[in-house]
Ligand binder design. Sequence first.
Ligand SMILES: NC(=O)c1ccc[n+]([C@@H]2O[C@H](COP(=O)([O-])OP(=O)(O)OC[C@H]3O[C@@H](n4cnc5c(N)ncnc54)[C@H](O)[C@@H]3O)[C@@H](O)[C@H]2O)c1
Length: 340
Amino acid sequence: MSNEVIRYGIIGCGGIANTHAEALQQIKGAQLVGVSGCSAEEPVSFAKKFGIKSFDSTDLLLQSKKIDAVTICTPSGYHASIAISAAEHKKHAVVEKPLSLTAESAKRVVEAFKNNKVKGSVISQLRFSEEIRKAKQIISSGRLGKIIMTNLNMKYYRSQEYYDSGKWRGTWALDGGGAMMNQGIHGIDMLLFLIGETKNIYGYIRTLTHKIEVEDNAVAVIEFKDGSLGTITASTSMNPAQNKTIEINGTKGTILIEEDRICRLYIENEEDYTADDITMGDSPASHIIKATGHIKQLTDFTQALLEGREPYVSLEDGMRAVDLITSVYSSSKTNEIFNK
Ligand SMILES: NC(=O)c1ccc[n+]([C@@H]2O[C@H](COP(=O)([O-])OP(=O)(O)OC[C@H]3O[C@@H](n4cnc5c(N)ncnc54)[C@H](O)[C@@H]3O)[C@@H](O)[C@H]2O)c1
């Protein structure tokens, strides 16, 4: 590996790969070298657009000595196997969310990176929001007192056309789940970041408004390891959609987060805070991804490799989110409470 620059390859060349390419081309210390897709022909136009090499296959990209690290932007069901292969080829990797589709395969990914002494991270762009970090600081410093209750609501909209736009979407084999595993994972990861690990999980998932295999509506009841309680709702059936909210209540105060910003903060003996321009509801098209979070996370990963430190988001973080979601799925199937 060159000491001054990390040379990247992107695996997969669809929607989110464009965000990765745009981000990597503006990060100091990162150099985007090439791309691979599901055939030799597929990445050619993507490669031309970004002025990079088109690899005929992912195997050839992973064998290239001109690449130090990869970002994995394929359908979710391929994340774990490609990440393991990347680690075995001694490539560092940033894996798009979700890290994998099962807790077991997530564990295999973590072990592959450890055994091959390469670094990995999973995309979790909200952890790079300054407001979310501020919220974490408020909670960790005890300003809300002991945490009692957390409610995460993710009432989104995706059309049937969205699910029909790619053969992998809405399937158990390649999407791995719906409202929770695909869209809701961002909020679930934020919940784990802000409150911590879970102890007991109970949930229901249902497919209510789309022709898809996976769930478009889910609810879960959670007991966290700190003894606090929580609920999660996730949907892709709500038209008009609403912004994601997380309300956290402690013995001394309450914080309300909307999308990635604090919109209300009430703390005993402190002045109340209300954001002055609380956003309107999420429009049906607003799942278009802004690159800001990816730029921050890929910058952190690049710096981590250059400095020889661990990245801010670990593969274990990705594993915990997958574990929580698959526990909700298992609970819905068996009607059992899942103990961690
Ligand atoms: N972090 C975020 O906010 C965010 C947003 C959107 C998508 N994603 C994630 O990114 C991933 C891709 O989503 P997308 O919307 O870009 O999908 P997409 O269908 O637009 O693109 C997937 C790409 O992967 C390629 N591909 C398929 N199988 C492959 C294989 N075996 N090897 C190499 N390439 C392969 C496809 O040909 C296509 O180019 C999903 O896992 C999704 O969850 C994350």
